[in-house]
Design a protein around this ligand. Structure first.
Ligand code: VGL
Ligand code: ZN
Length: 202
């Protein structure tokens, strides 16, 4: 068992990010057995859930004439437009049925406001609006995080970078993550992670 200062953060292991889902990450469901096994090792286990209203601004369908994967300028910076995914209370937003959610200590729902996307488990994409996760972890004396889940090059990456900024020591278990890999974003994400002193484990 890992010491009490460590937590496992499981990012967005939801149906829509798995094969057959609206924003399927190749081989996304393959992370589930490994993540269930990792949950045995940690005393604190957090799940995040992408949780968008139907009128969310990250959906291409909500911008006339726009297609998924086009980039638009939002007040908080560039926004990649996505297919409609993880709509609140939909089957696509539910956790993968084999993920052992019963062992989660806390669930963070993010991307709930129509006007702003949230890749990170800690802050929305304005890098200011908190999800409350840091307020949950730090009073428990947790200062070391292991991140796993979907997608490596988006929500795992941004969560890890914010965690480093907040002062956590961060490890990503690459074997328990899968990426979207848009125009080389997976390799770029690895470089960014290593530059930020994030430990990459196989
Ligand atoms: C994600 C794109 C849009 C993710 C969420 O979980 O990585 N990616 N929403
Ligand atoms: Zn999303």
């Amino acid at each position: 068992m890992r010491p009490a200062n460590e937590a496992l953060i499981v990012i967005d292991v939801q149906n829509d990010f798995c094969p057959g889902g609206a924003l399927a990450v190749p081989d996304g469901d393959a992370v589930v057995p490994r993540i269930n096994a990792l949950m045995d090792e940690f005393q604190t286990r957090i799940l995040t859930q992408d949780w968008h209203p139907a009128d969310h601004g990250s959906f291409a369908a909500n911008h006339a004439g726009r297609q998924p994967l086009e980039v638009i300028e939002m007040p908080y910076g560039p926004q990649i437009l996505w297919p409609v995914h993880c709509v609140q209370d939909s089957r696509g937003a539910a956790f993968h049925p084999d993920l052992d959610v019963s062992r989660a200590d806390h669930v963070v729902r993010k991307g709930c406001r129509p006007e702003i996307d949230s890749y990170s488990a800690f802050f929305e994409n304005d890098h200011e609006t908190s999800t409350g996760l840091d307020d949950y972890l730090s009073p428990k004396g947790i200062d070391k995080l292991t991140l796993v889940g979907l997608a490596t090059d988006f929500c795992v990456l941004y969560s890890a970078l914010d965690a480093v900024r907040l002062g956590y020591a961060v490890t990503i278990v690459e074997g328990a993550c899968r990426g979207i890999d848009l125009n080389g974003s997976l390799e770029d994400a690895r470089t960014t992670m290593l530059d930020a002193n994030i430990v990459l484990e196989p």
